[in-house]
Structure formats: C-alpha cells, structure tokens
Design a protein around this ligand. Structure first.
Ligand SMILES: Cc1ncc(COP(=O)(O)O)c(C=O)c1O
Length: 378
C-alpha cells in the first residue's frame, strides 16, 4: 500500500455539534421533572419554531423519522393493498412504514444525477391501485417537486416527501416542508440538526395535521375517546429541548455541510468521478457526499472502500443495494426495472459532511481519498 503524505488520526468519530446551550436546556428539563409532550411546553415550542422555519402552517413532532413517515402514511389513509410509488434507492426507514400499513411499495428508479425519484418512471408505474407517491430528498437534494405535484394531482394521489436528510434544503427558493401534502423529517444523531432520535411532520393541510396529532398519540381524539388505531410516537421533552436550540443553528450547520462538500469536490474534481451537484433551482444541504466511481471500477468498489478505511478515511456506501434486494421484500413480484438504481448502488462511495468535522480534517479526507482512488485509475 502506498503511503500518503498526510495521515488521519486513529479512531476518528464525529458526532453532533453541541455547546452549553443544549446542555443547559436539557438540564432544565431534568430539573423540572416535566418530561413529556403533555407536561412540558417544549414540544409545542419546538413544533412552532420548526413550522415557522419551513414556512408550513403545521408541524407535528414525533420520536423518529420512521415514525413521522408511518404517521403520515396512516393519516393519508394508506392501507391494505394500496400501492405507494417509492424510490428503490433509499434507507429502509422510507419504505418499512409502507409495509407496516400492509400497503405495497412500488419500487421506482432514480434520476442519475440527483439520485432522487425519476418522475418519468413514477408516471410509468402508476396503476389504479396507486394511492400515494413517497419521494425522497436524497442526500439533502430535494426531489423534483413541481412535476411530482402535477403528477400526483393528475391521478388524485397524495404526495409525501421524505425530507429526513434535507432540513433547510430549498426548491425554487422555498424551504422543503410545505411543498408536498405531508413532509417528514428525522433528527437522528447524524442529521443536519439533531435531537438524538426524533422526527417531525409538516403540512399545510389542517385535516391531515389533526389526524397526525391523533395517530401519534394512540388515536385518541379526546380523553377516553379512541377514534382509530394509533401509536405512541410522541416526542419526549428532552428531545424537544435539543430541537429548540438546534433549529436556531440549522442555517449555520447547513453552510458547514456545504463547505465540507465543496472541499471534497475541490479535492476530487480532477479524477474521472461523478461528483454530486445541484440542479439549478435547488439549494442542497449535502447531508452526506455520495459520488460515483467510473463503471470500469464498479467491481473494485468494495476493495477501494476497504483501502480508504485502512487509511482511516470515515467512508461509507449509501446505499449498497436496491431496497428490493432485501429479504423483507421477497414477497413482492419483480422484475423491478430500476437500472439506474442498480448502476448507482454498484459504484457509489459516501463521505461524511458532518459539521463537527474540522475543516483541516475534511481537507485531509479529500486528499487521501483522491490519492487512494488515483491508484486505481492508473
Ligand atoms: C431517507 C431517510 N428516510 C427515513 C429515515 C428514518 O429516520 P429515523 O432514523 O429517524 O427513523 C432516514 C434516517 O435515518 C432517512 O435518511
């Protein structure tokens, strides 16, 4: 193995960026003994701040992004046998809730540049059983929401947006959050803003907002009146305490993610790679930095990733295979016909853009990544 001029420190691990403000807020909650949505006002405070930030009339806090998606699907009336158009290139948290509702995910291909759902393939896969389109803002880049909204309207479908990686991302000047019928966010530890675990649904539809509130709390309409089957997806006050502080820092965090992405682009731009970009009408928040090797190196991708890890580069693969290749979807009948997804899965490599990564470390990650990949280009 060639040695590189720079070395990354051993055992690199990057988490969220907190300061005394989060510590004080959380301590206050602990001291108060008011730990829940019902006993503390912090959950409502966080919902109001988040709704204002994304300019949506309503925000409903829950305890994960997956819970947000499940609640949104249930509120949209997705149930037994309903088909939901969803990209094959995403995290299981997008699609698991469709199965939880006993509905059918219809795996759809992606755009080769943005890795978001292909509107053309979505249109092709609509059937009389289709009830919703669930689009994902992949790696922080919003899906092409205008044509998706048109398609949904034309076929009377609900449009749900999985913005779990895209807090603060903009589409045609507007932040995602009120551009679909329901938009879902995650506040998992690695997200652009975090509450440890947590989620949020935003919507401009008051009826759907009321349903989401009911579903997150046991399906209860009024004390003792259980209107429908719901869940306990409530966000704890400790999480909301982190959220009210983190939302104020989100713009800064997104700029920091973009700065780290720009560092990687600068380091890798001379190589024959497909680097992530932005559509002209989009402001991506680069939740991670996923790039593609040339096709001739697809078979060596795992070897290259291993090599990068040996050089201590905190590298990942998002995502290594189309979701339909997982056993949990074995009951679905193929062929799934997602050639772009298959191609992207075979040659994608992912670098972290976390705001806690110091700029000098990001530069070293970029340089070592370039040096390692160059060896395979020769
Ligand atoms: C695209 C996408 N959808 C859904 C989820 C699920 O969110 P959570 O992990 O908060 O349940 C995540 C994040 O992990 C995600 O990245």
């Amino acid at each position: 193995m060639k040695k590189h001029s720079k070395r990354l420190p051993e055992g690199l691990r990057f988490g969220p960026l907190f300061d005394e403000a989060e510590v004080e807020m959380v301590s206050e909650v602990v001291r108060s003994g008011r730990l829940t949505q019902f006993s503390s006002s912090l959950v409502t405070e966080f919902e109001d701040a988040f709704a204002a930030y994304v300019e949506a009339p309503a925000a409903i806090a829950v305890n994960s992004g997956t819970a947000a998606l499940h609640t949104a699907l249930a509120a949209a009336g997705i149930g037994l046998g309903d088909e939901v158009i969803v990209p094959a290139f995403t995290f299981i948290g997008t699609v698991g809730p469709i199965l939880q509702q006993q509905a059918v995910p219809v795996f759809t291909d992606i755009d080769p540049q943005t890795f978001c759902i292909s509107v053309e393939d979505a249109a092709r896969k609509i059937t009389p059983k289709t009830k919703a389109i669930l689009a994902v803002d992949m790696f922080g880049h919003p899906a092409d929401l205008d044509p998706l909204r048109e398609l949904a309207a034309e076929h009377s479908l609900v449009l749900i947006e999985d913005a779990c990686q895209a807090h603060g991302a903009k589409y045609k000047g507007a932040r995602v959050g009120n551009l679909a019928d329901l938009t879902c966010f995650s506040f998992y530890e690695s997200k652009n803003m975090t509450t440890g675990e947590g989620g949020m649904i935003t919507t401009g539809n008051e009826r759907l907002a009321q349903l989401c509130r009911m579903i997150r709390h046991q399906g209860e309409e009024n004390w003792g009146i259980i209107k429908r089957l719901g869940f306990n997806y409530r966000m704890p006050a400790l999480q909301a305490a982190l959220g009210v502080v983190q939302i104020k820092k989100l713009d800064k965090f997104n700029e920091m993610r973009r700065e780290r992405a720009a560092i990687y682009t600068k380091a890798l731009s001379d190589l024959d790679l497909q680097l992530p970009g932005e559509n002209p009408d989009v402001w991506s928040v680069f939740h991670v930095y996923s790039f593609l090797l040339p096709r001739r190196l697809a078979e060596r991708r795992d070897e290259i990733v291993q090599h990068l890890r040996e050089e201590r580069v905190p590298v990942g693969v998002a995502y290594p295979r189309p979701l339909y290749a997982s056993p949990v979807f074995a009951h679905l009948e193929g062929p799934f016909e997602c050639p772009v997804t298959e191609d992207v899965c075979s040659r994608v490599i992912t670098l972290p853009t976390l705001q806690s990564i110091p700029v000098e470390i990001a530069e070293t990650i970029g340089e070592i990544t370039r040096d390692v990949i160059s060896e395979y280009m020769e």
